[in-house]
Design a protein around this ligand. Structure first.
Ligand code: HEM
Length: 389
C-alpha cells in the first residue's frame, strides 16, 4: 500500500474508504445523512463559483462549525458583498513579495540550523521541524513579539487541539468543544489585538489597522489564519518529501529546483489535498452534473477524489488542468495561497539543497483531521559511518 493511502486510512479508517468508494459511483452522489458528494473537478468548480446558491453561511454550512468560536465575520463563514469587501481589504496582506520576505525573515535561523544538521549527517524529523517552522510563521502573522521555539511549538499544538475537534462528518461543535476552542482563541485574539492597536505597518496585524479593518475583524482574521494556515502547510512538506522519495524523483528535483520544484509542489498538493473536503449549504435549486440539489441540502466537495484521480504523480508532460482546486476556487479561493507557497518553497529548497537524503523511518498519525505523518525521519545518504544506498 502506498504511504499516502496509509496516511488517509490511519487518520480516517472509516470515512476514507467510504469517500473513495463514492468516487466510483459518479461525479455527484447523494448520500443520506452526509449530503451530495461531488467527486468531479468540473462539477466542484461549478459549485464553488456559484456563491449565490452554494454558501458557507446559514444552517448546515461550515459557518455552523466556525462562527461560534471565531465570530460571524471571518471570511470563511461569510458570503456576498460583506465577504467581497473584507477580502478586497485583506488580499494585499499576502502577496508573493510580502510573504517571501516574511518567510525569509522568520525562517532564516531555523533553516540555517536545519541545513547544518542535515549537512552533519544527523537524523532529522521533518514533521517536528515543520511544526516549529509553521508555528513560527503563524506567530509572526498573528503578531506575537519575538516568538521563540517554545512559543512556536505551543501555538502549533494549540491550533492542532482545535482543528482535531472536527471530523470529516462534523456539522457543529459541542458546547464543551466551543469552550475549549475559545480558551485557545481568546489569548490568541488578545495578542493579535495588541499588534493591531500598535498599528505597525510592517506587521500583518498592524497593516489590518491601516487598511481600515475594525479590531473585531482583525481578531477574527487572525483566528481564521491560525486555524487554516498552520497544519495545512506543516503537514504538506513531509508529504511532499515522501512523495518525491517514493516516486524516485527526489534527486531530479534537487538537481533542478528552479525548473521542477513548483511542479513537484503542485503535484504533491494534488495527490495529498491537505484540505480533503470543502462544504457548502444549498440556498437555491441547481442541477450539478445531472443531480438536482435544493435549499436545505448540503454539498460535500470531495477535493481529494476530484484531484487525486486525475493521474499518478508526474513531473512530465502537461499537468492535469485543475487550476489548483486543492486551494479552492471562486470567491473563497485560499487567501493564504502566496504564504503557503512561500513557506513550502523556502523549506523545500533547503532540504533539497543539502546532501542527498533518504527516509530512515516514518509513522502515520492517528486522530487527526488532516492526514499526516506523526514522524518522518530523514538523513544524509552519505552520513558518517553509513554506506551510500
Ligand atoms: C497547503 C496549504 C493550504 C491549503 C491546501 C489551503 C486550502 C484552502 C482551501 C481549499 C480553501 C477554500 C475552502 C472553501 O472554499 O471551502 C482555503 C481558504 C482559506 N485559506 Fe487556505 N490553505 C492553505 C494555507 C493557508 C494559509 C497559509 C493561510 C493563511 C495564513 C490560509 C488561509 C485561508 C483562509 C483565511 C481561507 C478562507 C478564505 C475565504 O473564505 O474567503 N490558508 N484554503
Amino acid at each position: 500500500m502506498n504511504w499516502e493511502r496509509r496516511l488517509y486510512l490511519t487518520a480516517h479508517p472509516f470515512a476514507y474508504p467510504l469517500l473513495r468508494g463514492l468516487a466510483r459511483r459518479g461525479p455527484v452522489v447523494r448520500v443520506p445523512g452526509l449530503g451530495c458528494v461531488v467527486n468531479d473537478a468540473a462539477a466542484a468548480r461549478a459549485v464553488l463559483m456559484d456563491g449565490e446558491a452554494f454558501r458557507k453561511d446559514g444552517p448546515g454550512s461550515p459557518g455552523d462549525l466556525w462562527t461560534p468560536i471565531l465570530g460571524p465575520s471571518v471570511l470563511l463563514n461569510m458570503e456576498g458583498e460583506g465577504h467581497r469587501a473584507l477580502r478586497r481589504r485583506l488580499t494585499e496582506l499576502f502577496t508573493p513579495a510580502t510573504t517571501t520576505a516574511l518567510c525569509a525573515r522568520v525562517l532564516e535561523a531555523p533553516l540555517k540550523d536545519l541545513a547544518a544538521r542535515l549537512e552533519r549527517g544527523e537524523a532529522v524529523d521533518l514533521v517536528d521541524e515543520m511544526r516549529t517552522m509553521a508555528g513560527s510563521v503563524i506567530c509572526e502573522v498573528i503578531g506575537l513579539r519575538a516568538p521563540g521555539e517554545a512559543d512556536a511549538r505551543h501555538w502549533f499544538e494549540q491550533g492542532e487541539r482545535v482543528v482535531s475537534m472536527v471530523s470529516l462528518r462534523s456539522r457543529t461543535l459541542k458546547p464543551s468543544q466551543v469552550r475549549r476552542a475559545k480558551e485557545v482563541l481568546g489569548p490568541l485574539g488578545d495578542i493579535a489585538a495588541e499588534a493591531y492597536r500598535a498599528g505597525d505597518e510592517a506587521t500583518v496585524m498592524g497593516r489590518m489597522k491601516v487598511l481600515g479593518l475594525s479590531e473585531a475583524e482583525a481578531r477574527g482574521a487572525a483566528g481564521a489564519f491560525f486555524l487554516t494556515g498552520t497544519e495545512t502547510v506543516a503537514t504538506l512538506v513531509p508529504r511532499l518529501f515522501a512523495l518525491l522519495h517514493d516516486t524516485g524523483t527526489l534527486d531530479r528535483v534537487a538537481a533542478d529546483p528552479e525548473g521542477l520544484l513548483d511542479r513537484a509542489v503542485d503535484e504533491a498538493m494534488r495527490l495529498t489535498t491537505p484540505t480533503p473536503v470543502m462544504l457548502r449549504s444549498v440556498h437555491a435549486e441547481r442541477t450539478v452534473a445531472g443531480v438536482v440539489v435544493r435549499p436545505g441540502d448540503r454539498v460535500v466537495i470531495a477535493t481529494h477524489n476530484c484531484c487525486a484521480d486525475a493521474g499518478p504523480f508526474s513531473l512530465d508532460g502537461d499537468a492535469p488542468d485543475l487550476k489548483r482546486l486543492w486551494f479552492g476556487a471562486g470567491p473563497h479561493f485560499c487567501i493564504g495561497f502566496p504564504l503557503a507557497m512561500a513557506e513550502i518553497r523556502a523549506v523545500a529548497r533547503v532540504v533539497l539543497d543539502g546532501p542527498a537524503l533518504e527516509v530512515v523511518s516514518r509513522r502515520a498519525a492517528r486522530r487527526v483531521l488532516l492526514p499526516t505523518y506523526s514522524s518522518l525521519v530523514v538523513r544524509a545518504r552519505t552520513a558518517p559511518g553509513r554506506e551510500r544506498s
